[in-house]
Design a protein around this ligand. Structure first.
Ligand SMILES: Cc1cc2nc3c(=O)[nH]c(=O)nc-3n(C[C@H](O)[C@H](O)[C@H](O)COP(=O)(O)OP(=O)(O)OC[C@H]3O[C@@H](n4cnc5c(N)ncnc54)[C@H](O)[C@@H]3O)c2cc1C
Length: 339
């Protein structure tokens, strides 16, 4: 593994970590998500590390800065939602939503791999070393040196698009910036995940996602924009107005968030593909080259099945646990290799 910044420095460390069994069923991602959902449950036991996994209830919640005449009846366990709360609706059947702590999960994956013989190299991948005929991978170029490798998986999140400089014709994976804060609430809150619709004091409509975590903090995210992905993953900084907006939105849902302590203010980029689907599989025309990227807003959920299927593809020659056909990089235009 080659890492340019820090392990989990980007969205895999700063995501919400919300998991859903069947919310992708209407797209080609459905089977990948279903397998991943069950693998997350297994991994919570088998990784032997605290990954913050727990099953959760999930609600849609409306809140407003304006006092409502009638306070809506609240479901059990939602008493901490003491703002001007409107409609509250349960969004998922029992046992079909869960959460993990993305940074803890990413580090647990890394440690598990290191224990099985993997090596972590700190450095920036600058290209792929190919055989003289340009048809086979021989390694990756890292900070001016070639690291030998029979197989190379391009899995650089929103930076995966950089690989088009090495393999023109690869799909342009890009990034969409989104913001999040971590609040230590002023008193204990419930464990339910919330998809909120909030009308702020200035009348703006916001849709923050609010995930209380087992460590007692509450993660609040939203406020996406179209900023360019910076070259250095460690240089991503949040917009001040986005931080204020998330703080206000959370505070309108619960005074425990309004009065809580801010523990983190951060931003990261969702990896986006041209057609919205992940790009998983062999890079056409180059033996030993693979890509696994473009998971958009479901990359934490879909990580386990992606890893398992990619491992099967590389080691056994075909993915068996789930079909990767819908994610084949070859669905984009023909690839051309430059030497
Ligand atoms: C605000 C927010 C909330 C989210 N919430 C959820 C959620 O609740 N549930 C869910 O399932 N998903 C969620 N996601 C999506 C999820 O975080 C991503 O899909 C996933 O983390 C992407 O993982 P990745 O490994 O592809 O990319 P990243 O996590 O971005 O990792 C890419 C890595 O590549 C490294 N890198 C880049 N260039 C190079 C190079 N040249 N050489 C070496 N290394 C390089 C970077 O330093 C980085 O560590 C969320 C995303 C955001 C932004």
């Amino acid at each position: 593994m080659v890492e340019k910044g820090e392990v989990a420095c980007a969205s895999s460390g700063k995501a919400g970590g919300f998991l859903a069994l069947d919310w992708n069923d209407s797209t080609a991602v459905g089977p990948l998500a279903r397998l991943s959902y069950s693998l997350h449950k297994d991994l919570a036991q088998s990784l032997g590390a605290d990954t913050g996994y727990r099953e959760v209830r999930t609600f849609s919640v409306a809140a407003s800065a304006k006092p409502s005449r009638r306070k809506a009846a609240r479901n059990d366990g939602l008493g901490w939602l003491d703002g001007n709360i409107g409609q509250v609706r349960e969004m998922a059947e029992e046992g079909t939503t869960a959460q993990v702590h993305p940074e803890k999960l990413t580090r647990a994956f890394l440690n598990s791999a290191l224990n099985r013989g993997a090596t972590l190299v700190r450095g920036a991948v600058q290209g792929i070393a190919l055989s003289a005929d340009g048809k086979r991978v021989e390694g990756v170029r890292v900070d001016g040196k070639t690291l030998p490798a029979k197989s190379v998986v391009i899995a650089m999140g929103p930076w995966s698009g950089d690989a088009t400089r090495w393999i023109p014709g690869l799909p342009r994976i890009g990034g969409q910036k989104a913001h999040s804060i971590l609040v230590r609430p002023s008193r204990p809150v419930g464990a339910d995940c919330l998809f909120a619709q909030v009308v702020t004091s200035s009348g703006e409509r916001k849709e923050p996602e609010v995930y209380p975590r087992p460590d007692g903090t509450v993660y609040v995210c939203g406020e996406s924009d179209d900023s360019a992905v910076p070259d250095d993953p460690l240089s991503i900084s949040p917009r001040a107005d986005a931080m204020t907006a998330l703080r206000e939105a959370g505070g309108l849902i619960s005074s425990a968030l309004a009065e809580g302590t801010l523990e983190a203010q951060q931003a990261c980029f969702l990896p986006t593909s041209p057609d919205g689907l992940p790009v998983l599989g062999r890079v056409p025309g180059i033996e030993g080259a693979y890509i696994a990227s473009g998971h958009s807003c479901w990359g934490i959920l879909n990580a386990p099945a992606t890893g398992k299927a990619m491992a099967e593809l590389i080691v056994d020659g075909a993915a068996k646990c789930v079909s990767l056909a819908a994610f084949d990089p070859a669905r984009f235009k023909a690839h051309r290799v430059v030497h």
